[in-house]
Design a protein around this ligand. Structure first.
Ligand SMILES: [Ca+2]
Length: 84
């Protein structure tokens, strides 16, 4: 489809006024394989928000489907978005 937008959508953090791109776990402005790797690591290391913050990762951006949980469904959505 012509004119496809490569940004999923912008979301406002509830606890922070900084907007972010959904799926952009690393906060570098694009959604790519680095975000997938970061999200998988976040899940496999027990979803440690403090460690994520230390690594400048944004767990809220990882929750692509917006269900309040970062899990494999978000990784699948992220990969599908990148491959689309
Ligand atoms: Ca989710």
């Amino acid at each position: 489809m012509a004119g496809n937008v490569r940004i999923l959508y912008l979301t406002q953090l509830k606890t922070n006024s900084q907007p972010f791109i959904t799926g952009d776990a690393t906060g570098d402005g694009v959604v790519n394989v680095l975000d997938v790797v970061s999200t998988v690591n976040y899940i496999l290391t027990g979803s440690d928000d403090e460690a994520a913050e230390d690594s400048n990762l944004n767990p809220a951006a990882m929750d692509i489907n917006g269900d309040g949980v970062v899990n494999i469904l978000d990784v699948v959505a992220m990969v599908n978005f990148i491959l689309s």
